[in-house]
Ligand binder design. Sequence first.
Ligand code: COA
Ligand code: AMP
Length: 638
Amino acid sequence: MTQTPSRYHEVYARWRSDPQGFWREAAREIDWSRPADAVFDPDQGIFGRWFTGATCNACYNAIDRHVESGRGGQAALIYDSPVTGSKRTYTYAALLDEIATLAAVLQDLGVGKGDRVILYMPMIPEAVIGMLACARIGAVHSVVFGGFAATELAIRLEDATPKVVLSASCGIETTRVIPYKPLLEEAIALSRHKPSACLIVQRPERAADLVAGRDHDWRETTARARAAGKRAACVPVAATDPLYILYTSGTTGRPKGVVRDTGGYLVALKWSMSNLYGVAPGEVFWCASDVGWVVGHSYIVYGPLLHGCTTILYEGKPVGTPDAGAFWRVVAEHKAVVLFTAPTAFRAIKKEDPDATHVKDYDLADFRALFLAGERADPDTVQWAERILGVPIVDHWWQTETGWPIAGNPLGLGALPIKYGSPTVPMPGYDVQVLDEGGRPLPPDTMGSIAIKLPLPPGCLPTLWHADDRFREAYLTTYPGFYNTSDAGFIDGDGYLYIMGRTDDIINVAGHRLSTGGMEEVLASHAAIAECAVIGVKDSLKGEIPCGFVVLKSGIGRAPTEIEAELVQLVRDKIGPVAAFKLAITVGRLPKTRSGKILRGTMKKIADGDSWAMPATIDDPAVLDEIGAALKGRGLAG
Ligand code: COA
Ligand code: AMP
């Protein structure tokens, strides 16, 4: 097979020589109700703002304009739910009707431009309809992942102060029904801010009790609105107005409210669909993530729909719904040309079906590429996927904060040679540099902190919700003039990036981003705990899993195993099952430096079986042997 030379270098150079011209051109793909005064205004916002003066509407660009241009009869959304045994297809015209009707219901509930709406939803079409209905009327949505506990939801309710909450009676985890409504009630009780209304999708698997005067049955309410002919029109918003807030783990238990502005996001996503993912309008794009994560926002909802693609909403898992052939079934049945998921999903499939026996049962003729993100794509998994699928496997790197990939292999511009372990090269808009502790650029192949030279491109966060100072402090202060990604890695002589791990307390568990600091806060709140440290240890399925070391207060007089079980439950109750915190280990003391800093890095190396050196500043080297012995007692430590 002959490979066409990639246009990547030419396109990246074009951006470098004229960033504003580059984005001005990309912006032509979006329908604006008022054009921008400036493509980029360095004097607005914290590091400048994109497309100032322009107005537009995200829902209009994702839905209405496709109906107007003749795509009304094309499938926009395919809901495929092995956990309920149901499938449903919405054309662009049908989706528009659902969104416009729900948007009118939201207006009736008092929601207007700039008001916040929280969604706490499973993977059902109403989640997508809810997000786009907010966008339609200029309201700001904030989706909270269903695997988070009531406390986490309460924190987000307090911070975002939504007028309305959209939710469902339950979610379904493989075969387990998870009632969502009791979690929502607990969160509302915990939060000082109370929404004035909740709209609840009643699912047949488990109905919820509705609170009179506050709760509304989603389907009954929208049916009434439809019968009354109510439909909301698109409300133009400033390109710099927020489209959504998405909370992500920070360095403490307090999540960061990442703000996404409207105009720049639409421009960047649209550019990425054809140039990075290499898909054309009308094709089927499947992102097997969850709408609760940034990947779901950008590539289940906004990206594919902006581009006029068909998107798939999959309520299932890579394994167990019903088997390790689930992904191939969905790709084949709906003729998806691209699948985007996390490496952990492929590790789960590989574990259950190492010889990929299920692949041969399906016709994957239309399938062109697999994209992986959310955690480092380990070369073993990438090579296995390549072998069984015979298509390019593209690792690409991004963060909730950026909203779209920082680095990848741009298939639409012509693929670059793949190097295992590397997400390839920076996308236009991103000037990625590797810096030493003093902020000086490092030579190729040298590990350092990865930073992006300001300004960040369109689509990236302009700030944190109502927290400009926290934004500056968390991202812009360490390396003046740069955005600090908090990822460490290097760039090789060919300009390929390698992302090796975080420099802060964030760990990636099954592609889910979690803060060990947040878990430490929960452990420390237990009455029996004197001190604790949580680290991420290597896991062959989930990449990393959290492991908590605890020192008990003296004279507790209870069995450590009993307290450990309470700690596991406490993290599940306070953060949620998604934390996958199952390992609490009681130790006599924690290893520390002479100045009292806990040596988490060394503990991690011992747990992972990596080589490690005795830290020169350690207070008592014998403690590390004790940690090693405690880990061995649980079958860990190499
Ligand atoms: N609502 C309620 N609970 C949820 C949930 C949700 N939306 N999502 C996950 N959970 C629960 C799980 O049921 C599990 O509970 P358990 O401890 O009682 O078993 C727990 O949270 C941990 O979930 P997870 O880490 O996802 O493990 P898993 O064993 O259920 O599944 C994988 C493992 C690898 C199959 C799964 O993590 C996966 O498909 N990952 C892909 C990740 C992904 O899409 N990331 C998005 C970025 S691209
Ligand atoms: P999230 O905000 O949940 O998308 O998580 C972002 C973090 O996940 C990044 O800062 C990285 O640490 C990690 N990550 C995401 N994609 C990749 C990738 N392709 N390679 C390595 N790490 C990744």
